[in-house]
Design a protein. Sequence first.
Length: 278
Amino acid sequence: MIKINGEIVTINKFPDGTPRVNIDINNIEEDSYDGSPCIWIEWIYESNDEIFYLMLVKKHLERFFTNVDYYLSLPYIPNARMDRVKNDDEVFTLKYFCDFINWLGFSSVYVLDAHSDVSTALLNNCVKENPKEYVDKAISKIGMRNLVLYFPDAGAAKRYSDLFPELPYCYGEKKRDWKTGKILGLDIRTNGIDLKDKAVLMIDDIIAYGGSLYYSAEELKKHGVTEIYVYATHTENSILDKEKGTLIKSLENNTVNRLFTTNSLFNGKHEKITVMEV
């Protein structure tokens, strides 16, 4: 989905599959940021086709609005999982994706809770936004009483814990089969917290099937935790896959009470998933 100053761009297709994009220039007004005229383009990722649509939209606007700054809001960075290559036959998709965005020439690119620091380093004029406001919304629904934050590994604890200095936290230490990458289990590092009868909010940046959080929830229950919630900034629709998905099992058997996420990536529906708009 692509928006201009908050309005969705209509994109249809011709019979051969090529895009037909309609933009009513007369209904677009220049915005203002830091005292300068600007236009905001927002890309809520739904498919890789949209990178081409983004180019069409930007180039079309430049024909009519020449003396403005263009800002891109890109909450979810596609291709961020391919942030390094090990062999010559692997294509560095993240780098080439960022090269394309840089070629479009935005004054700033705003990203939310990026999965990889490599992606933000490769994007020119990148502004990194943390997910605190969305986590705070989740906490307001859960309540602060007896609440403990949980992070799936030490790296996530370092990344997020400073955003919530008023709340105690613990984290997980995964046990993996390093040949296959499969998670075999994990240990909970409690930081000296007695987790019995506590409510826990597990926080992560992105979920595909939710394996790490599934195992985390199982271990937290063994420590006496009574309520478990999950917040993930970016949630792939694969979370709903009942054959491959693991966290969905925790939601449906009530091990996990609720998942909070944003619409940066997720566009599915489930009665136990709360979606917040970015």
